[in-house]
Design a protein around this ligand. Structure first.
Ligand code: DC
Length: 224
């Protein structure tokens, strides 16, 4: 007889999904409602990309960037993020740094460097973590795994709305093209590619409001 391996479940709700899917907003609200900590893992990749950029290190330099990632001098505050004492809350959200984050996220040594840092966010309070590989790599024993997605068009429309851009002009087309390019990069990389974990529940929010999406996650959580 083969002994079944006992794997304790972690007090983690993992929410993965593509860029601009709304997973960050949903994850942060679920964390607040359940009184848990919140990990925006994409911010760590963005911070690493920005830190390399500030030091003129090209985004292809795997080992130099991994070394930076290990010692990232970051402080997360409630409403801001400090990198080496500088407020970089807005600087990490630019499209340029997003593309940099996507590029360095494809480098295995960088992912290894950020792994423990992400796991350290879990305390007895519990965690809601969002990213691309929360369910598959960082917290494979998460108690609830969700892959939150929406069509590229809907995501581009939401991003345009946030930026006050009309959805029938060239700026919108550019946003859509950027989203599709980043999806392609995140899906096709060799390490931890963007895809639902085999045991994740799929939540397509194309026709859901944020409130409805949060409700759905809470509903699944109550039933686990
Ligand atoms: O979620 P975001 O757009 O802030 O993430 C920025 C980039 O970082 C994204 O293109 C892919 C990468 N990323 C990743 O590879 N793994 C994560 N857990 C989070 C983000």
């Amino acid at each position: 007889m083969v002994a079944t391996q006992f794997k304790p479940r972690l007090k983690v709700i993992a929410i993965d999904g593509p860029s601009a899917s709304g997973k960050g907003t949903v994850a942060a609200q679920v964390a607040a409602i359940l009184d848990r900590d919140y990990l925006d893992s994409g911010a760590l990749y963005r911070l690493t990309a920005l830190y390399a950029y500030q030091q003129n290190i090209g985004w292809q330099n795997e080992h130099e960037i991994a070394a930076l990632a290990y010692k990232l001098p970051v402080v997360f505050r409630t409403d801001s993020i400090l990198l080496d004492s500088e407020d970089v809350t807005a600087a990490i959200r630019t499209e340029k740094i997003g593309m940099g984050a996507s590029a360095i996220a494809a480098l295995p040594a960088v992912r290894t460097a950020l792994l423990q840092r992400q796991r350290d966010f879990l305390t007895p309070r519990g965690l809601v973590a969002d990213g691309r590989d929360m369910a598959s790599v960082v917290f494979p024993q998460a108690e609830l795994k969700i892959f939150l997605t929406a069509s590229a068009q809907i995501r581009a429309q939401r991003r345009a709305l946030q930026l006050g851009i009309a959805t029938d002009g060239p700026d919108y087309q550019q946003i859509l093209a950027d989203i599709e390019k980043r999806d392609q990069a995140d899906r096709s990389r060799a390490v931890a590619p963007l895809k639902p974990a085999s045991d994740a529940r799929i939540l397509d929010t194309s026709s859901l409001s944020i409130k409805e999406s949060v409700e759905k996650v809470l509903d699944w959580y109550r039933k686990i």
